[in-house]
Ligand binder design. Structure first.
Ligand SMILES: Cc1cn([C@H]2C[C@H](O)[C@@H](COP(=O)(O)OP(=O)(O)O[C@H]3O[C@H](C)C(=O)[C@H](O)[C@H]3O)O2)c(=O)[nH]c1=O
Length: 190
């Protein structure tokens, strides 16, 4: 398992080992033991799975506030997507900064997003499937959202020219980052 840091403390790009042979490949997509060996102390309790039919489907930017904040381990089961994490930990040196990377069935990469970050993605192929582990259960009363195309965040979404983003009603009307009252504070560590 390869673990690569990103400019956002705690956000990691993780690539599990793939064992290829004439049939295809095998990979341990998650191992608590390997995470502990890598010093990643997160316990996951819920797996999520969504499929987005259209290229340019944008889901996010979402987070759950304490006491049900969620860390996530995101991977692409089928297709290709661009996944993004935004630091929303008040006082963090990278507050309001984002990191995005392509996750695909081909590259097998995963993005580890600690609690305190908003998460979103855009699909790059039709019928793209995302699968992700969460460190707390769904708590709709704790859900929060920030507009995906917020001008202050300035996320450089890889949306091809002419592709209209496909959004839920909730995401189309999400609040802007300006004046955002974060439920997270930075404790000097990820
Ligand atoms: C998130 C969630 C949703 N639901 C139900 C609630 C709705 O009836 C339906 C669709 O929910 P929503 O439109 O919020 O789904 P997404 O837009 O994919 O939201 C997710 O997208 C971004 C990228 C995330 O990181 C979050 O996990 C989550 O916010 O599933 C559940 O029953 N359990 C859940 O954990």
């Amino acid at each position: 398992m390869q673990v690569e840091p990103t400019p956002l403390s705690g956000v990691l790009v993780i690539t599990p080992k793939r064992f290829g042979d004439h049939r295809g490949f095998f990979s341990e997509s998650y191992s608590a033991k390997r995470f502990a060996e890598a010093g990643i102390e997160i316990e996951f309790v819920q797996d999520n799975h969504s499929v987005s039919e259209a290229v340019g489907t944008v889901r996010g930017l979402h987070f759950q506030a304490p006491p049900h904040a969620q860390a996530k381990l995101v991977r692409c089961g089928c297709g290709r997507l661009w996944d993004v994490a935004v630091d929303i930990r008040e006082g963090s040196p990278t507050y309001g900064q984002w990191f995005g990377t392509e996750l695909s069935f081909e590259n097998g990469k995963q993005l580890l997003i600690p609690a305190g970050f908003a998460h979103g993605f855009v699909t790059l192929e039709p019928g793209t499937e995302i699968v992700y582990k969460c460190s707390d259960y769904y708590a709709p009363d704790c859900e929060g959202a920030i507009r995906w195309d917020d001008p202050d965040l300035g996320i450089d979404w890889p949306l091809s020219a002419g592709i209209e983003p496909v959004l839920s009603g909730k995401d189309a009307e999400a609040p802007l980052f300006a004046g955002f009252d974060s439920p997270f504070t930075w404790e000097g560590a990820a």
